[in-house]
Design a protein around this ligand. Structure first.
Ligand code: GLN
Length: 318
C-alpha cells in the first residue's frame, strides 16, 4: 500500500472511532514506525506520497494504530517525546506525560532562577523538583543552566526510575538524583538537605475532585491519577509543598517556589494562604497565564521572619 493510502486510512479510522487529534496521531505513529522525524514524514507525504511503505514499517504502524484505537496516548506508544529543549525524553506507561504548558513553567522557573544562578558563584544552585514524573522539569532546567544541580522526588517508583534513566540519557546523572518520597514526608526524605535548596519547582497533582470526571478518555485510562488528583479543591499537594518549603529552602527569605496549578487557583491564592498554617512563612508573589490563556503558573516566596514581624505577631526581637 502507498504511504498516502496508509496514512489516509489510519486518520479515517481514528476519526470514525473518535480518537482525538487523529491526523497528528497518525503522523507521529507513522513517522516513528518508518524511523523518520515528523517533519521528514510530512515532506515525503507532500512530495512522494505514492511511495510504498516497507512491510516491516507497515506492520509496526499497524500495531501502533491498534494501541491508539484503544485510546493509548501517542507518547506511551512511541515511548519518547520532546520536552522544552530535550529531544526524546523517555515516556513510560502511567507516568504523567509532560504537557506543552509545563514547558512554559520551565521558562518561568528559569526566569526566576537566572538572577540566583548569576549571584551564586561560590557553590552550585540547588533546585528541588517535587513530583518529578519523567524528570521533565528538573532535567529541562539542568539543560538551561549547566552549573545547577537538581534533586527530585516522586511517590511512584516507576517515575523515580524513569526520571533517573532520563537524567542518564541526557548526561545529567552527576547533577540529578530522583528519590522516592511521599508528599507528606518531604522533610523526612531530605533530612540532610533541609535548608539547602535555593528553589522549589513542581507540577503537582492539582485537579479538583469535581473535574476528575471530566478527564479526556486517554488521560483517564492511562495516566496515574495520583499524578493528577489534588484533593477536593485541588490544593492538597500544593498545601503540603508550601508547608514544607520553609524548612527545605535556605534560611534567607525569598526562596522561590514555582508551581503549575489549576486555572481556578491563582485568583484565590492570597485568601487561601491566609487560612493556612504556613501563612506566616509563605507569600504569594505572582501568577502567569499559559499558552492557552489559562492562569496556570504561580510563584510563591518564603518570607523568613519578615512576614511575622510585619504582622507584629512574630518573635519579638531584643
Ligand atoms: N494539566 C494536566 C492535565 O489536565 C494536569 C497535570 C497535573 O495535575 N499536574 O492533564
Amino acid at each position: 500500500m502507498s504511504l498516502r493510502e496508509i496514512f489516509r486510512r489510519s486518520v479515517q479510522q481514528f476519526d470514525r472511532r473518535g480518537i482525538s487529534e487523529s491526523k497528528e496521531s497518525a503522523e507521529h505513529l507513522l513517522a516513528c514506525a518508518m524511523n523518520l522525524t515528523r517533519k521528514e514524514l510530512r515532506e515525503i507525504l507532500s512530495t512522494r506520497k505514492d511511495i510504498l511503505v516497507a512491510e516491516e514499517a507497515a506492520s509496526t504502524f499497524e500495531i501502533f494504530c491498534k494501541k491508539r484505537l484503544e485510546n493509548m496516548p501517542v507518547q506511551y506508544i512511541v515511548g519518547e517525546w520532546d520536552f522544552h529543549d530535550l529531544r526524546g525524553l523517555h515516556m513510560r506507561k502511567t507516568v504523567l506525560i509532560p504537557r506543552p504548558e509545563t514547558e512554559e513553567l520551565v521558562d518561568f522557573a528559569a526566569e526566576i532562577l537566572r538572577p540566583i544562578v548569576q549571584e551564586t558563584a561560590s557553590r552550585p544552585v540547588q533546585v528541588l523538583d517535587i513530583g518529578a514524573g519523567t524528570g521533565a522539569i528538573g532535567l529541562a532546567l539542568l539543560n538551561v543552566f549547566p552549573s545547577i544541580v537538581c534533586v527530585a522526588c516522586d511517590v511512584s517508583p516507576v517515575a523515580v526510575d524513569l526520571a533517573n534513566e532520563n537524567a542518564k540519557r541526557f548526561g545529567f546523572s552527576d547533577r540529578y538524583r530522583c528519590v522516592r518520597s511521599d508528599i507528606v514526608n518531604l522533610t523526612q526524605t531530605f533530612p540532610d538537605m533541609a535548608g539547602s535548596f535555593d528553589a522549589i519547582v513542581s507540577n503537582p497533582p492539582y485537579i479538583p475532585s469535581a473535574d476528575m470526571s471530566l478527564l479526556q478518555t486517554e488521560v483517564d485510562l492511562y495516566e496515574d491519577h495520583t499524578a493528577l488528583w489534588g484533593g477536593r479543591e485541588g490544593l492538597d499537594v500544593i498545601g503540603s509543598i508550601l508547608s514544607a518549603a520553609s524548612e527545605l529552602t535556605r534560611d534567607d527569605s525569598g526562596a522561590p517556589i514555582v508551581l503549575e496549578v489549576d486555572s481556578g487557583h491563582p485568583r484565590r491564592m492570597d485568601q487561601w494562604i491566609e487560612e493556612m498554617p504556613f501563612r506566616a512563612e509563605i507569600d504569594f508573589a505572582e501568577w502567569r497565564r499559559d499558552i492557552f490563556g489559562s492562569p496556570r503558573m504561580c510563584l510563591f516566596r518564603t518570607t523568613g521572619r519578615e512576614k511575622d514581624l510585619r504582622r507584629g505577631k512574630g518573635p519579638v526581637t531584643e
